[in-house]
Ligand binder design. Structure first.
Ligand code: HEC
Length: 270
């Protein structure tokens, strides 16, 4: 399928979404209803597909001073094994002695296999068209249909899971918010947006299996790290560094809660 063939259905769907949102407003239905309809229409043509394709190209192209591709990258299931790997992250990697999420493991692979310095890899990670986000999207898509499996029983993982849970529930910062202030009640909405209750495994599964996601409101694909940084920013906390332990710890907690859910991502979010 050519780039244009893949582009067309979602351009059509995007136009329809604008009509749907306007129609929903006129009929008094919520924007969430319209986004739900939009999501159904885009099931076979998510704009994230294009990002995924770019990620695949980055994965298989020889780059960097070592002129190597990422095809030998070990995401936890062995060098080059992609299917189902994202669904088991974050996990402990003995060769780095760290618990790593998709982002941080990809940085390890890019620096080691391709010889690109870390600063260059992470510099523009959150920019539209970011290489690392495209790679995460590609890697995550290769877990579509795999169950999330993050038991976090390995001692390093168990220790970081405890940190993540602690962070999730502990109120602090200038607004005295915890993640749980917003994310521990059912059917909660903030400014008409649905806010998942991550203390409920069913709700955690419904949310986490959709990421990375194309965000309609941002017209771009966001990885879970970027989603978390945005919530942390709204809490007026200092912004955590890319692939930092706190982002890995929070994902460990969320993926642990979501374990058993079947990966659907890349999804579509508001
Ligand atoms: C002030 C309330 C608030 C706090 C505190 C907050 N969030 Fe959020 N969070 C939201 C809202 C609102 C959304 C939905 C945004 C949207 O759809 O545009 C969201 C979305 C999310 C999502 C994506 C859900 C989905 O499937 O679309 C995740 C994951 C998440 N938050 C995790 C966290 C974590 C972890 C913390 C703590 C570090 C946190 N949030 C703190 C309000 C909050």
């Amino acid at each position: 399928m050519t780039f244009r063939d893949r582009l067309l259905p979602w351009v059509t769907a995007l136009a329809s979404c604008l009509v749907l949102v306007a129609g929903a407003r006129a009929e008094g239905r919520s924007a969430a209803d319209a986004i739900h309809e939009y999501r159904e229409m885009l099931e076979d043509a998510n704009p994230a597909d294009l990002v995924e394709m770019r990620g695949e190209e980055l994965w298989s192209t020889a780059r960097g001073p070592r002129h190597a591709s990422l095809e030998q990258c070990d995401l936890g299931l062995g060098p080059g094994v992609l299917d189902g790997a994202y669904a088991r992250l974050p996990r402990y990697f003995a060769d780095t002695g760290r618990v790593q999420d998709a982002e941080s493991r990809l940085v390890t692979c890019i620096t080691r296999l391709q010889g690109i310095p870390r600063e260059d890899v992470v510099r523009h990670w959150y920019r539209r068209g970011s290489d690392i986000e495209a790679l995460v999207t590609f890697v995550a898509a290769r877990s579509k249909g795999s169950p999330v499996d993050v038991p976090a029983r390995e001692p390093h993982e168990a220790a970081l899971l405890a940190v993540g849970a602690d962070f999730f529930f502990r109120r602090s910062g200038p607004l005295d918010f915890a993640c749980s202030t917003c994310h521990s009640q059912d059917d909660r909405r903030i400014r008409l947006q649905e806010v998942p209750n991550f203390t409920d495994p069913a709700a955690a599964r419904a949310s986490m299996t959709q990421w990375p996601a194309y965000r309609v409101s941002q017209s771009s694909v966001w990885t879970m790290e970027r989603r978390l940084v945005d919530c942390i920013r709204q809490m007026r906390y200092p912004e955590p560094g890319f692939a930092s332990d706190v982002l890995v710890a929070l994902q460990l907690y969320l993926q642990h809660q979501a374990s058993g859910g079947v990966m659907q991502g890349p999804g579509i979010r508001r």
